[in-house]
Design a protein around this ligand. Sequence first.
Ligand SMILES: NC(=O)c1ccc[n+]([C@@H]2O[C@H](COP(=O)([O-])OP(=O)(O)OC[C@H]3O[C@@H](n4cnc5c(N)ncnc54)[C@H](O)[C@@H]3O)[C@@H](O)[C@H]2O)c1
Length: 416
Amino acid sequence: MASSLSRKSSAREAGYPPDSPSRRASIDPSKLVRMDKSGEYHVWYVVLELETSLFNEVLSAYTPFPVGSDEGPWNHSFRFEHKLGPRLKVVALIDPAVERAASVLQHKCETFVKSAYENTRIFRSLDDYVKGMDAKDAPRAFVIGSPPMFRGTTQSGRNIEMQILKHFPDVALFVEKPIATGPSAEIQEAFKVAKFIEDKGTICSVGYMLRYLKAVQMMKKILDDNNLTVMSTIARYACAYEAIAKRDWWTKSISAGPIVEQGTHFCDLSRYFGGDVDISSVSAHSLEWYENAGQLSKMSVDETAIQPEDRIPRVTAATWKYESGAVGSFTHLVALQGHDYSCELEVYADGYQLKLVNPYVQPVLYIRKPGSDIEEAHRFPDDDPFFSEVSVWIDNIEDIEEDPETSQILCTYEGE
Ligand SMILES: NC(=O)c1ccc[n+]([C@@H]2O[C@H](COP(=O)([O-])OP(=O)(O)OC[C@H]3O[C@@H](n4cnc5c(N)ncnc54)[C@H](O)[C@@H]3O)[C@@H](O)[C@H]2O)c1
């Protein structure tokens, strides 16, 4: 089986220095296909009789089965269904909330994708699954979408990645971001998990899907084609707080606050362009809920029900040095009302400004280059990074011949 390890080696052989900023894995943006333009989708219908369960998947608990209408854009099951068509067989759903799991499965079975879910079994835990699974349904891949506090360590009960690979050494893993949220003393454990996964040669993808945006890959290509070194990244993420009605989100001890909860995507993108960060250089300020400037008038939750020390900051702003010497900054704001977020990332290099605007909804990339003061605007209609992420992961699982044309997974467990 092709391994992420061997792919990494081939990237190195291709001349990419391992830690060079802006030289991390990238995909030619023209190769990122739209979900409805994925040729393979049709092929799989043709091969149905030959390949009944090429892809058995265990979906660990996650919102891929949203109940109700507010499913958000991160409905992974929808992408799996489109990528694999009738070849998708979800053999188990592992979730301690078994009633919820049963209800979402029932909902799935009432739709045209029934064949993927009609034999799905529900288990409370991985151990129950291992004891109760049918050998003929041996899974090919696991999607890990449980909350991050239950994973990313080497400790019993919070080491699901290692447990899965102990029982199923050949499966591929998809792990939702962030990979871990424990105290800083546990960071080394996450690196141990990364090494464990890499040593096993597991095909593993981590859900930082913004890396798969065509706009992001175009930025990467410009930097690579022109042999540029990033001088600075400037990121801003302003969420629409009025639309956030989950009390857990507003509770620091549960969500770990807005930087971990949602800013993580922009921290990741900053690092994707700027390279590794000198962690000792990070300096941050926050505007807290009790300060005069931190008063919010349209919250959808009753914040008085949350303990004062557990309430989240309204603004968090940080600056840092990258190991290359470049400077990064990020400001997260809980300030907007309405529904849409306002998010931007600017990347600067000698003569260049690459400005990514609205990456979640309608990405626009503004490019200013040497030789002109005018910004070119590039739009990417119908780009679905969640689909590209799933699609690349599946292509890697199925690429037993190690086809050099297969796109590289853009975020490994270690974050390369
Ligand atoms: N990429 C994205 O844009 C995106 C969007 C949303 C969520 N996420 C990530 O997905 C993950 C889950 O987020 P969520 O909002 O669905 O969380 P959630 O709190 O709704 O939990 C998801 C499910 O996990 C189950 N669960 C709880 N404990 C478990 C355990 N020990 N083992 C297995 N299942 C368990 C819950 O019952 C629930 O059904 C997080 O890491 C989050 O950051 C990513």
